[in-house]
Unconditional design. Structure first.
Lengths: 289, 415
């Protein structure tokens, strides 16, 4: 029994990293732009569908190119649909992103059809490794490595570079940053592109594991919101801790009480919100107080 | 407080425009009146537009459209209109059922992929005394202890399907693991299959209920792997089944043990892909195979022509469901549900399967032969996934008996 529990905990941690990857783009866009992006799930789905289309002609390059395409779509949407809403009632942004979500999902259904598409992991990543009681598939290990690298890269970019400092300053006090002569519009577009591209990466990586269907965004958006809410909106470290927490809770509930395995993440969210309404590592923001 | 701009007369520009538009409709009134004489006969469709069963919703809708085409778009000299509302969960289905009945004034409703949703809308149909043609649910109780006078079912009850595949599955061994969706259909599938297995001396080595719409089954599969069963019986459908199969493949369990379920939809396997799909399944219908009739082959051809892919089984079910409703309307020259019910209780539909099929008058279950199928060893076509092993029951004279007697079914209609 102990062995099975250990193997479930590890499996949950690995699953947690996938949740973190799905959630992190949502967290970036909220943290920097203050937009609660209901359309996050469809950028995830677009990542998978772009990879599906590109892989026939480009092979492995599709994995790199698909998220880039998603980022470009994200930037176009930011410039045309999101920008006019900055500084307005936050509710408008919610409606807009919700509308975009419905629209893109229908668009996917129209272009690629309602029926799902097969999507296997590459042959060299098939199989699994076993250490004692722990079994992890090679593909999930690959997802884990990619996720950790992306998190590190994002963290270094935001903390260590000039652009990162501009983004962070702009998120806290846009007026002041504009007065310093920085074109914030362009910065915001880039951040939105970055957030949606990360969602696209998550979609590409999830495609061999989960169904590639137009409604696959649903599978992503709920865990993403739960993870971000538990971790604290906009907090990087919070999203990581909470993603892993959700992964392990889900895995353990499947061991002992599988019927409750979806409910358990919402229960976790309720408990955290009751004790700490801001989320685990959420900071207080003047803009939203 | 929002300020409204007006032109000084207290009439806004929008009101003026609306007024003008109204004037135009009045001018064109004579044409409207002729159109009214041939008011459409509306059939309500409740099928999922979102969630795990969205694909079945789409194929079901496509199938029903073919039935409308078969009738030339008209019945009783009135155009046929299909009104499709979402079957998202029991509550929404109930609300949409009411909307179809009260606002859309449909003459009958068909659909229902999830047994949970169908069990929720059955009392609404009964209260409104309106025909409900349940095309896609499998929980035994729908035409069993929860049956009612206005509900007919096209799909197969779990109790029948589990018996059709058991003899071939038990050759793999009698240690079974069950993973089922945690609602009416999955729970009933477990109960029915377990009954057959245990009576035959088999054992249940594991039983998990997974929430509908689960994406990641890796933790379940760790348990399955640990238990080393001879057969995994999955009461999962839609994306749930696709996800389960994909992750079975990921962990290297594909074709390593027997796999079966209470029913299967082609689209769930098409979405999984040829390397990933395997198993032995009971199936209501298949677009290829020796069982196919001329009429069903014509349907498959029309469907393929219109939608660019062959019909999966849900397409046939909703095509048949809509055909049954429209035939009843045509033959009784009426849209009154009481008459439609009386017609369906005695009519035999010939040419749809290789034996005439009809709804039984005491439980409203469609009595039809079903197929025992195996996913091909080597799948070469994008859509052709199944080998037909046999029909069930093998002896056509046993057809009625295979669905149970009135005493076994436990269905009594409130009159």
């Amino acid at each position: 029994m102990t062995e099975l529990i250990i193997s479930q905990v590890v499996n949950g941690l690995v699953l947690g990293f996938l949740y973190v990857l799905i959630a992190i783009g949502l967290s970036i866009i909220f943290g920097m732009l203050g937009i609660v992006n209901f359309a996050h799930g469809v950028y995830f789905a677009l990542g998978a569908y772009f990879a599906l289309t590109l892989r026939d002609s480009l092979g492995p390059w599709a994995i790199v190119l698909a998220p880039l395409c998603v980022g470009i779509v994200g930037m176009i949407i930011e410039m045309t649909l999101m920008r006019p809403l900055y500084g307005k009632e936050p509710l408008l942004g919610l409606f807009m992103t919700f509308g975009i979500a419905l629209f893109i999902e229908e668009l996917i259904r129209t272009i690629w059809g309602a029926t799902g598409h097969p999507f296997n992991p590459p042959a060299f990543l098939s199989g699994f490794v076993i250490w004692g009681p722990v079994l992890v598939t090679k593909y999930r290990l690959f997802v884990l490595v990619v996720t950790v690298s992306i998190l590190l890269a994002l963290w270094l970019f935001l903390r260590g570079t000039r652009y990162g400092r501009i983004i962070r300053a702009g998120s806290r006090d846009p007026e002041m940053v504009s007065m310093l002569g920085i074109n914030l519009k362009r910065v915001f577009t880039a951040v939105f592109g970055l957030g949606t591209a990360v969602a696209g990466i998550a979609g590409v990586l999830a495609a061999p594991l989960w169904s590639v269907v137009p409604s696959m965004s649903e599978a992503a958006i709920m865990p993403a919101f739960v993870v971000v809410t538990i971790g604290g909106l906009g907090s990087f470290a919070g999203a990581v801790i909470s993603g892993l927490l959700v992964g392990v809770s889900v895995a353990l509930s499947i061991q002992f009480w599988p019927a409750a395995s979806t409910a358990v993440m919402y229960a976790l969210m309720i408990v955290v919100l009751l004790i700490r309404p801001r989320g685990l590592l959420g900071e207080s923001w003047e803009r939203f107080e | 407080m929002k300020k409204s701009r007006n032109n000084g007369f207290g009439i806004s520009r929008r009101t003026l425009l609306a007024g003008a538009a109204f004037g135009v409709t009045q001018l064109s009134a004579p044409f409207v009146i002729t159109a009214r004489a041939a008011e459409a006969i509306k059939i309500g469709l409740l099928l999922p537009k979102s969630g795990p069963y969205a694909t079945q919703g789409e194929t079901g809708h496509n199938g029903a459209q073919i039935a409308v085409d078969d009738f030339g778009g008209h019945v009783l000299d009135r155009p046929i209109e299909i009104v499709w509302l979402d079957e998202a969960n029991p509550q929404t289905s109930q609300q949409n059922m009411r909307k179809l009945l009260e606002e859309e004034k449909v003459v009958a409703v068909q659909g229902g992929v999830s047994s949970g949703d169908v069990l929720a809308i059955m009392p609404v149909a009964e209260q409104a005394k309106t025909l409900l043609m349940a095309t896609g649910p499998n929980a035994t109780e729908i035409t069993g202890k929860n049956c009612n006078k206005y509900t007919f079912r096209v799909d197969l009850p779990n109790k029948v399907t589990v018996q059709s595949v058991y003899p071939i599955l038990k050759e793999r061994g009698k240690k079974w693991y069950f993973v089922v969706a945690s609602y009416a259909w999955g729970i009933d599938a477990y109960a029915q299959m377990k009954d057959v297995l245990v009576k035959d001396g088999g054992t249940v080595v594991g039983y998990d209920q997974a929430p509908l719409g689960t994406t990641d089954y890796s933790s379940y599969l760790l348990k399955v792997r640990q238990a080393k069963p001879d057969v995994v019986f999955v009461g999962l459908g839609g994306t749930d089944l696709t996800n389960f199969l994909k992750q079975m493949h990921e962990i290297g369990l594909t074709r390593q043990m027997g796999l079966s379920g209470p029913i299967v939809n082609d689209t769930d396997l098409w979405a999984a892909g040829p390397d990933v799909a395997f198993g032995i399944f009971p199936k209501l219908w298949n677009y290829t195979g020796p069982h196919i009739t001329k009429r069903s082959a014509d349907f498959a051809a029309a469907y393929q022509k219109k939608n660019g892919a062959p019909p999966e089984v849900e397409g046939w079910q909703d095509w048949f469901g809509a055909t049954a409703i429209l035939t009843a309307i045509k033959e009784t020259k009426s849209t009154d549900s009481t008459k439609l019910v009386a017609f369906l209780e005695q009519h035999k539909f010939d040419g749809y399967k290789d034996t005439p099929i009809g709804f039984r008058n005491f439980d409203h279950q469609l009595i039809q032969p079903l197929l025992v199928t195996r996913v091909k060893e080597k799948i070469t076509d994008k859509y052709d996934y199944f080998d037909i092993l046999s029909e069930y029951p093998k002896d056509p004279s046993q057809l009625e008996a295979a669905y149970g007697t009135q005493a076994e079914i436990g269905c009594t209609f409130k009159s």
